[in-house]
Structure formats: structure tokens, C-alpha cells
Ligand binder design. Structure first.
Ligand code: NDP
Length: 334
């Protein structure tokens, strides 16, 4: 089997030399273990955080450790009664083609008539992140005007659509290219969108949301957060999901300049969250989103790279905006 390991801690933007592809002997499965052949693996922004030393909600990866992350695979051999051969499973086995895993560490998926990779995106962790952040953390209500940054990504593209499907008065998004902006206002049905390279975010947002905002779902941080704070109504609500504009920063910039003043004068509610704290929402999330997928009301797009060799380029490209929708590495056909 082949796997990617962390070879060095990046300084600023990661480079290919920070990763190493190694070939390993595959162990025989012990009692209670299964052999999983991976069909698709995920690359996600949080992985940049795991590569760095320092305080965080999860321990950093060690040098020489397998790059971890969500994968979907097929059980090709089983020594477990719970997880039969042939089952489709979700694992956290990371960037590798085949893995021998404890059955307790794999989650059997329904063969739901969707591409397996959807369990890494719309029906998986990013989907639940969008759901929990919008509906629970930001307390979205029908009639709210919503702004989401990073709107053409895996999480953001779902936040905007969930808000639209649940009756937002206005859905606004920002993204990093004209093609992404066109996708948002075209196929995804956003009311307005802008390319954040086109000027000051505060000015672009004022044009896109002239009536102001009730909810801001932030994937980007920095200038986006500052601009949104300025555009929020009194009692506006902010879900801080991520701050990807700062993930490669060697020295993170100071926070929004208007934070203290506006938090008080507008009585804003700003709350960071981790998807892992909201898994109780999974049943209602999965049922509703599966319904929207069946009815065709929800648009899903993936950017797919082929083969384990492409895992590093896919990850580096994700951090630079090379994806529209969820970035997926396909490892094998069914
Ligand atoms: P995306 O699919 O959105 O991919 C990342 C995107 O970030 C890129 O496509 C790029 O799009 C954008 N980006 C990169 N650099 C910048 C920058 N300097 N300024 C603005 N945008 C930038 O990833 P995900 O949907 O998986 O994740 C989105 C966010 O959600 C991330 O911040 C992530 O850390 C966070 N997250 C948080 C979770 C939680 O539990 N709190 C769980 C999952 C994700 P563009 O072309 O538009 O620049």
C-alpha cells in the first residue's frame, strides 16, 4: 500500500517537499479488522492546521505520521461480523489507497444512490458544518439576509443554498474569481455575489447587500469579518466557521478594527464553532439534505483530481482556490 506522510512543517504556504509518498507492506487483518480499498479521499483546509505546532483544538501531526483525513472505501476483506465484505464505509484513514482498520473505526454507509464522494462533502463533514453553523450557531430564521464568505467552496456553497431553500430574504456570497461569482448568482441562485479581489470588501458588500445583513457565516476572516461587522443590523448574528485567509500566515494579522465598538453598539452575537460538537444534528441534516438532492433543489459540484499521486497538488490547490465546490481525490472506481 502507498500513503502520504508529513515530511516537514510548512513555513507559510505548504510546498510539495512538506509531504512524502511511501510504500509500505500491507499487514494481514487481525480478528476484528477489515481491509478497505479507498474510492475517494478528502483534502480539507483544517489539515493545514494539523501540520503546524501550537495550541489548537486537536494535536498537531507528528513528522512521519500518515496524513489523516476522511476517506470513503469498500471493504475488500473482513474479519469482523459487524462490517461485512462489500460494505461501503467512511473512515479517517487518511491519504492512502488501502488500509487495514479496526472495524470499530469505520462507519458503514448506506448505498444511497449517490456518488461515494458525497459522503466527504454534501452529506458529510462539510455539509454538517454548513447546517450546524447556519441553523444552530447563527440561528438562521426565515426572512434573514445572509452573507457567506468562501461561498463557492464545499461549505460555503451549501450555506448559501440552505439559506435560500429555507426562505432567506437575500443571499450574498464572496469568492475568488469571476467564474465562481457567476456560478453563485447563476446555477446556485444567490441574489448577489462578488469577487473579493475587485476592491475593498466593505464597498463590494455594500453594493451586494444594500439593505444590510442579519447573518454572516464566515469561512475567511480578516477583512471579510471586518466588512460584515459593519454591514450587520443591530442584533446581527455571526457564525465563525473558519479564517482561511490566515491559515498560511506566519504572523496572523490583528483582528477586525471595528470589533469592540460594533459588538457593543449593535449587540452582535459572534460565535465560533466546531462541527464535531454538533453531531446530534446529523439525522435531521442527512434526511433533509438527501431530500433536496433527490428533488434536485440542491446543486452539488465537486472538483475531482485523479489518483493518490494527485493528493498533494489537490491540497495545495485547495488552499489557493483551485476548487469550486468540494475538492475530492478519486482513488479507484467502484
Ligand atoms: P473550500 O472548499 O471553501 O476551499 C477553500 C477555499 O478557500 C478556496 O477554494 C478559496 O476559494 C478560499 N480561500 C483561500 N485563500 C483565501 C483567502 N486568502 N481569502 C479568501 N478566500 C480564500 O473549503 P471548505 O469548504 O472545506 O472549508 C471552508 C472553511 O470552513 C475553512 O475556513 C475551513 O477551515 C472551515 N471549516 C470549519 C469547520 C468547523 O468545524 N468549524 C469544519 C469544516 C470547515 P476562493 O477562490 O474563493 O479564494
Amino acid at each position: 500500500t502507498r500513503e502520504w506522510q508529513l515530511a516537514a512543517r510548512p513555513h507559510g504556504e505548504p510546498t510539495p517537499g512538506d509531504f512524502r509518498l511511501v510504500e509500505l507492506e500491507r499487514p494481514e487483518p487481525a480478528e476484528g479488522q477489515v481491509v478497505v480499498r479507498m474510492l475517494a479521499m478528502s483534502v480539507d483546509p483544517y489539515m493545514r492546521g494539523r501540520m503546524r505546532l501550537g495550541p489548537s483544538y486537536a494535536a498537531p501531526w507528528e513528522i512521519g505520521e500518515t496524513m489523516q483525513g476522511g476517506t470513503v472505501g469498500r471493504v475488500v476483506a473482513s474479519r469482523s461480523a459487524e462490517v461485512p465484505e462489500g460494505a461501503l464505509v467512511l473512515t479517517n484513514a487518511g491519504w492512502r489507497d488501502v488500509a487495514v482498520l479496526d472495524a470499530a473505526h469505520v462507519f458503514v454507509l448506506p448505498d444511497a444512490g449517490v456518488p461515494p464522494s458525497y459522503h466527504l462533502g454534501v452529506l458529510g463533514m462539510p455539509g454538517l458544518t454548513a447546517w450546524a453553523g447556519l441553523f444552530r450557531v447563527a440561528g438562521f430564521r426565515e426572512g434573514d439576509a445572509v452573507f457567506v464568505s468562501g461561498a463557492a467552496g464545499a461549505v460555503g456553497s451549501l450555506v448559501g443554498q440552505f439559506a435560500r431553500l429555507r426562505g432567506a430574504s437575500r443571499v450574498v456570497g464572496s469568492a475568488g474569481s469571476p467564474a465562481k461569482v457567476q456560478w453563485l448568482t447563476g446555477e446556485l441562485g444567490f441574489d448577489a455575489a462578488f469577487d473579493y479581489h475587485d476592491g475593498r470588501v466593505a464597498d463590494l458588500l455594500a453594493t451586494a447587500a444594500p439593505g444590510g445583513l442579519d447573518v454572516f457565516f464566515d469561512n475567511v476572516g480578516g477583512e471579510h469579518l471586518e466588512a460584515a461587522m459593519g454591514a450587520l443590523h443591530v442584533h446581527g448574528r455571526v457564525a465563525i466557521c473558519g479564517a482561511i485567509s490566515q491559515y498560511n500566515a506566519i504572523e496572523p494579522p490583528p483582528g477586525p478594527r471595528n470589533f469592540g465598538g460594533l459588538m457593543v453598539s449593535k449587540r452582535l452575537k459572534v460565535e465560533g464553532f466546531l462541527v464535531g460538537d454538533h453531531t446530534d444534528l446529523r439525522p435531521q441534516f442527512a434526511e433533509t439534505v438527501a431530500g433536496w438532492l433527490r428533488s434536485g433543489e440542491l446543486v452539488v459540484r465537486e472538483t475531482v483530481r485523479e489518483g493518490l499521486d494527485q493528493a498533494v497538488p489537490a491540497f495545495l490547490d485547495l488552499l489557493r482556490g483551485g476548487n469550486t465546490g468540494k475538492m475530492i481525490v478519486r482513488l479507484a472506481d467502484e
